[in-house]
Design a protein around this ligand. Structure first.
Ligand SMILES: O=P(O)(O)OC[C@H]1O[C@H](OP(=O)(O)OP(=O)(O)O)[C@H](O)[C@@H]1O
Ligand SMILES: Nc1ncnc2[nH]cnc12
Length: 174
């Protein structure tokens, strides 16, 4: 039987020299890969009590929404700047290649709600740290952060020391 890491294709030097790009399309293109990814991420939430899943655009949407559906929870969007139509809160951050700004609708998380953050991958941790700050600005509590893949060599977890973080696959390097 194939393991989760067998479904991930690695492309060296994309989108810039020196980056090892961990491509999630090869997981999604295979029905068994997709199922294993979603089921494995759901297992990371065993015993976690929460109200809402929040996913980071765009790859966090792919995994976050089916997990929310399967677990009977709601799903809220953390989008790149300028995409959400109603009132938003926003945060700027740096990532492995470049910088960006993300937003959430002000009404997407209610004060006191327990939130699980979902993304496909943690590299520097900039995206998910910014996402956690937005959830907290709205009064939510980040009870768990889950990823399909973690690039441990980039030390993203150092930014998330105060959170409960888990990933399905860990790459030692970047
Ligand atoms: O830990 P970090 O250094 O912040 O990097 C990880 C983030 O980078 C990728 O998204 P990207 O911003 O490339 O957008 P995409 O999902 O739309 O491809 C990935 O899906 C994570 O969200
Ligand atoms: N090395 C990497 N592979 C895939 N997605 C990424 N997002 C940030 N760094 C990445």
């Amino acid at each position: 039987m194939k393991k989760m890491e067998d479904y991930v294709r690695t492309i060296p030097d994309f989108p810039e020299p020196g980056i090892m790009f961990r491509d999630v399309t090869s997981v999604l293109q295979d029905p068994d890969g997709l199922k294993l990814a979603i089921d494995s991420m759901i297992k990371l939430l065993d015993g976690v009590e929460f109200d809402v899943i929040a996913g980071a655009e765009s790859r966090g949407f792919i995994f976050g929404a089916p997990i929310a559906y399967a677990m009977g929870k709601s799903f809220v969007l953390i989008r790149k700047k300028g995409k959400l139509p109603c009132e938003t809160v926003s945060a700027k951050y740096d990532l492995e290649y470049g910088s960006a700004e993300i937003e959430m609708h002000k009404d997407s998380v209610k004060p006191g709600q327990k939130v699980v953050l979902v993304d496909d991958l943690i590299a520097t941790g900039g995206t998910i740290e910014a996402a956690a700050k937005l959830v907290e600005e709205l009064g939510g509590e980040v009870v768990k952060i889950i990823f399909l893949m973690e690039l441990a060599g980039l030390k993203g977890r150092d930014k998330l020391a105060k959170y409960d973080v888990a990933s399905v696959i860990t790459y030692d390097g970047k």
